[in-house]
Design a protein around this ligand. Structure first.
Ligand SMILES: NC(=O)c1ccc[n+]([C@@H]2O[C@H](COP(=O)([O-])OP(=O)(O)OC[C@H]3O[C@@H](n4cnc5c(N)ncnc54)[C@H](O)[C@@H]3O)[C@@H](O)[C@H]2O)c1
Length: 375
């Protein structure tokens, strides 16, 4: 029995008699939600919280008086009842914190983005494999019942996916370690990858430092998925209009997800246009069929996405099942983010996501590479 965790295949009732001990590292705005949820679930108990800020620790102590508190990760590692850990620190520290915990054989749920380089993500995946522990990433929207519903409609084989787009804008919160693209776009890239069961082949991105600091506050990203499926993401933390939208346009319908619409989170427009497979009228002229139909607002299960994510993590820890948002899924998103960086450095040049060898960094010596280019 690794770390006192129930053996593979343990059922829920035995799990509840032996709740999984959780530690949360980093208890700022988002980490507090993890403490609340793992405290509420019968399958888990929060055994420790590690937070560098004494003010935040005081707040945790006020809300959760029975939880062991510390500022040191080593103290968490020495707690015998900590079996699994959530890393909810700033993105730039995920790798170093996660590496220590995986090396100590802890199951891990790391917030998005998993790491700030794909090499670091690979290292974490290897570490988790070598210690036979779960590595999951907090792609919370994959656990959103509305997004799950969208996937049902995307997967119905009635029509072809033409393109997708997403808008994730708000005024703040403004990060100090990563730009708005690394902070916000992981959600939308993870959603697209999940909906299409694929990863993009190329990316083209531009950003803007509209607030005048050193990081991009706004970004526009185009992605090319297999089968010529196009996707687009607009992110901003400098936009007074809060939006959390994803749209999928298929040949026979348009599927709209609006996370801020509490009444109709998903709407399906049963309309579309497709090319009719007939002889063209003339050379270069094709027949198109417009389809008009109902607007459907499907029933969406009322469930807190973060709670569903936490339940899934606990299940994976107990059973050894591979998480839906696995370390590999996290690495795939980080690869796209690296592609975004490379494209932005080249003013929006379309770059391959997979193959870094075809990319010439703009800062290399002029003699070697006079300008950004794809070789
Ligand atoms: N999945 C989602 O929907 C979602 C939403 C919000 C934030 N996030 C992610 O959660 C993470 C945290 O975001 P946040 O908004 O809570 O940020 P935050 O700045 O409010 O909190 C981070 C906390 O981590 C603490 N910390 C940093 N290093 C530490 C260490 N070594 N040991 C102990 N404590 C440490 C800081 O003191 C701070 O309180 C980020 O990765 C962010 O991208 C995810």
């Amino acid at each position: 029995m690794m770390n006192g965790v129930l053996p593979l295949g343990a059922n829920q009732s035995s799990a509840n008699s032996n709740p999984t001990g959780i530690a949360v590292i980093g208890c700022g705005y988002w980490g507090m939600n993890y403490v609340r949820i793992f405290n509420e679930l019968t399958e888990s108990r929060v055994a420790a919280v590690c937070e560098q800020s004494p003010e935040r620790l005081k707040e945790v102590a006020r809300r959760f008086p029975n939880v062991y508190l510390t500022t040191q990760i080593d103290d968490v590692l020495s707690q015998p009842d900590v079996h699994a850990v959530v890393v909810c620190t700033e993105a730039s520290s995920h790798y170093n914190v996660a590496r220590r915990l995986l090396s100590a054989g802890k199951h891990l749920l790391v917030e998005k983005p998993l790491t700030t380089t794909s090499r670091d993500a690979e290292n974490l995946i290897e570490l988790a494999d070598s210690h036979s522990v779960t590595l999951m990433v907090g792609h919370t929207f994959i656990f959103n019942a509305g997004i799950r519903k969208v996937k049902e409609y995307v997967k119905q084989d009635t029509g072809r996916v033409y393109y997708l787009y997403a808008r994730r804008t708000n005024l703040g919160p403004i990060r100090r370690d990563v730009n708005a693209l690394w902070d916000l776009a992981p959600h939308d890239i993870a959603i697209f990858n999940y909906l299409l069961d694929a990863t993009p082949e190329w990316v083209s991105a531009v950003g803007g430092k509209v607030l005048g600091n050193s990081r991009d506050d706004v970004g526009f990203v185009s992605l090319g998925y297999p089968g010529n499926v196009l996707a687009h993401v607009h992110v901003s933390w400098a936009d007074p209009d809060k939006a959390r939208e994803v749209v999928v346009v298929k040949s026979d319908r348009r599927i709209l997800f609006n996370d801020l619409n509490g009444v109709e989170q998903v709407r399906v427009f049963e309309k579309g246009v497709s090319c009719v497979e007939e002889e063209p009228l003339n050379y270069g002229e094709f027949r198109f069929q417009i389809r008009d139909g109902d607007i459907i607002s499907p029933r969406i299960e009322a469930a807190e996405p973060l709670k569903s994510q936490c339940r899934h993590f606990l299940e994976c820890v107990r059973t050894g099942k591979r998480p839906v948002s696995s370390g590999v899924a996290g690495r795939d998103v980080v690869r796209v983010l690296e592609g975004i960086n490379r494209s932005m450095e080249c003013k929006g040049l379309q770059v391959s996501v997979e193959d870094k060898a075809d990319y010439v960094h703009p800062n290399v010596e002029a003699a070697e590479a006079p300008e950004c280019s794809l070789r």
